[in-house]
Write a protein that binds this ligand. Structure first.
Ligand code: PRX
Length: 654
């Protein structure tokens, strides 16, 4: 099976192709047009959303290091919230916009929120924000469960021109405080608790802890979701639901420029400090909506389910902005794939007759381990298409997804993209591009991938080749800057390969021109589909009083894709012990959050360093991968004996 998957080519059925928005001929023509004349292409496709003042300029961008500047539709004005709600209300006010599926299906009912109700709830929340002094350009941090109020909050900010920054509810108080401070947010919107998998994360008390380290002016709006008791600070905390009930049910929307920021989303890079990726309004919405419709071949009346969390970019583009801009019905799932049991995803697909299902390989691998009987219990005949995102999908997971979930009839779109890109970059368009398991296949419209030699930065122009993946020109969904630090933006993405946007990923192109992402080439790892900077975990570890030094690398992990392997050098007088290992794991969880917990900690009396003191991560990676036979050149090591000791005591002996 897996050999077939590795070499197979899977076209969609003739029936699927006949109904698809884009077939092979249309893809070739549209792609060529989008590259030959991006101005004309996007001038046309920019019209898919409503503009208050139509744009006359389309593209204005340069990737030249030192003057990187990216603008799309720059003289147009619009409101993103009005595009996602108001413009649909006349024709489909009673259509469900959001299906909310709660964590616990036994004690709570699903909710169907229509476009008319979405307008009212978003307006009420927008009015509450306004009444509390939030306006255009102000930053609002959202630290919420996957509940309808998270959607209202994003759309309410967009409605009044405030810039939201969603922080994943699994992040710690420290991580939350850093993001509030970096964005200089005026307010936080949180909830009492976040139920997930039957457990409750105390979001309000985490927020209280975070706010100790922030300006006392920061307001705290609290959605009483579970109704459990929390502390309350009278002058600071606002009961969001109570204020919404008292607020006016309509809020006019603000006229925003296409290039006004819509949101900031913090993501990991190769330094310890997360980067505040800035997306703006017009280009982002055009791109998110077009990719949602075309990549997933979404048709009016379909039910679309992206299982991501709104704390990540996938949730922004494919739970909220893309689907709602298209007048779709989008599922918002509060829970986890294995609660109350390992059939939950499929129970939800059956219950809501989901047509397109989009998840991450890590979830598929976890469910695969539970056996196919959990899938086969449910009627999945509504499914037309499956999607994958976050990491390359391995052939075994691909086969299982295809056979047991898709019953061999659903195209699988493996979408490669990033927080920075706003929407899909490389992806099969299901009616146009036959898939090859493990390959994100071809570029979306307007995307010009190039493969460069990492050593010489030369373009590798032969069809079958490999190297690092860069993008040669701008596309509308691209990030515009890093919040408050345009210098760092240029350094991170445009300095290494001049004239190109550098993705940070390695890539192979095969003889058919298909792209295969081979993984990050920087110090970013991908753990259960969550992006993590090894430097972030290192700074958390060295902040512990017993730790002298730490080096963190990724290693292959059967379910998570990559696991976190930490080499830790303790202070002189500290004895290593299993209890200390547990203490360090707990420490990292409180410093960053559970997603950053090291899977393996190896005590390292010394780390392999060059004579100038630089840690040789390449060697540490090899040892963590259990591939220490081929360490490569170790002649520059200051003390080669360190390596023998590390190999001797390696943790991953799989
Ligand atoms: O390494 C690539 C991997 O995830 C990184 C981006 O992570 P993040 O910004 O958190 O966004 C994840 C969801 C959009 C990329 O640099 N990645 C994402 N999708 C794929 C992938 N690797 C291989 N195949 C994919 N489909």
């Amino acid at each position: 099976m897996s050999d077939l998957a590795q070499t197979g080519v899977y076209p969609a059925s003739a029936e699927f192709v006949a109904k698809a928005h884009v077939d092979a001929k249309a893809y070739d023509e549209m792609y060529a047009a989008s590259i030959k004349n991006p101005e004309a292409f996007w001038a046309e496709h920019g019209k898919r959303i409503d503009w208050i003042r139509p744009y006359t300029k389309v593209k204005n961008s340069t990737f030249d290091y030192g003057k990187v500047d990216i603008k799309w539709f720059e003289d147009g004005t619009l409101n993103v919230s009005a595009n996602c709600i108001d413009r649909h209300v006349a024709a489909r006010g009673n259509q469900t916009a959001i299906i909310f599926e709660p964590d616990d299906p036994l004690s709570h009912e699903a909710q169907h929120i229509t476009y008319a109700q979405l307008l009212e709830q978003t307006s009420r929340m927008a009015n509450v924000l306004k009444a509390n002094g939030i306006g255009k350009g102000d930053r609002v941090v959202l630290y919420l469960p996957m509940i309808p109020e998270a959607a209202y909050a994003m759309l309410a900010c967009a409605r009044i021109g405030a810039i939201h920054s969603v922080v994943f509810a699994g992040f710690s108080p420290d991580a939350l405080a850093n993001r509030i401070n970096d964005s200089e947010a005026k307010a936080v919107i949180t909830a009492d608790f976040a139920p997930r998998g039957g457990r409750k994360t105390p979001l309000k008390s985490n927020t209280d802890k975070a706010l100790f380290d922030c300006s006392e002016k920061v307001k705290c709006f609290v959605v009483k979701h579970t109704g459990d008791q929390t502390t309350w600070i009278a002058d600071r905390d606002v009961d969001m639901k109570a204020e919404m009930a008292a607020a006016s049910p309509y809020c006019p929307y603000a006229e925003m420029n296409a290039e006004d920021p819509l949101f900031i989303l913090y993501t990991s890079g190769s330094t310890g400090r997360p980067k505040g990726v800035v997306h703006t309004s017009g280009g982002y919405l055009v791109y998110a909506s077009m990719t949602q419709q075309i990549t997933f071949d979404y048709h009016d009346g379909d039910v679309f389910w992206c299982t991501a969390d709104v704390g990540w970019v996938t949730g922004h583009s494919y739970i909220i902005y893309g689907p709602l801009a298209n007048g779709a019905t989008t599922v918002m799932f509060e829970g986890v794939p294995t609660y109350p049991d390992a059939g939950r995803f499929w129970a939800v697909c059956e219950k809501h007759k989901v047509n397109q299902f989009y998840t991450a390989p890590t979830a598929i691998r976890a469910l695969m381990g539970q056996g196919p009987e959990w899938v086969e219990k449910y009627d999945l005949s509504s499914l037309k298409l499956l999607g994958s995102v976050g990491e390359p999908i391995n052939p075994e997971a691909w086969n299982w997804y295809n056979t047991h979930v898709g019953k061999g009839k659903c195209p699988i779109v493996d979408t490669f993209w990033q927080t920075e890109t706003g929407g899909h970059m490389l992806t099969p368009l299901p009616g146009a591009i036959p898939t090859k398991p493990g390959s994100a296949t071809k570029p979306f419209f307007g995307v010009q991938p190039v493969i460069l030699d990492p050593a010489t930065a030369e373009i590798k122009s032969e069809t079958a080749t490999d190297g690092v993946l860069c993008i040669a020109d701008s596309w509308p969904g691209q990030m515009r800057t890093l919040w408050g630090d345009h210098e760092r933006f240029q350094e991170a993405y445009f300095a290494q390969y001049r004239g190109y946007y550098f993705t940070g990923d390695g890539c192979r192109r095969d003889e058919d021109g298909y792209y295969w992402i081979t993984g990050r080439v920087d110090d970013v790892i991908n753990v259960s589909g969550h992006r993590m900077g090894t430097a972030e975990v290192e700074s958390a570890l060295v902040a512990h009083e017993k730790v002298a030094e730490a080096a963190v690398v990724g290693y292959p992990h059967a379910i998570k894709g990559q696991g976190i392997y930490a080499y830790v050098t303790l202070m002189n007088d500290v004895e290593p012990s299993d209890a200390l290992r547990k203490e360090l794991v707990a420490w990292v969880r409180t410093e960053i959050g559970p997603i950053a917990s090291p899977d393996l900690i190896q005590w390292a009396p010394g780390l392999p360093k060059t004579r100038s003191g630089k840690i040789m991560r390449r060697i540490l990676r090899k040892i963590a991968e259990n591939d220490y036979g081929a360490l490569g050149d170790t002649s520059t090591l200051a003390d080669p004996s360190v390596v023998d000791e590390l190999i001797e005591n390696r943790m991953n002996r799989a």
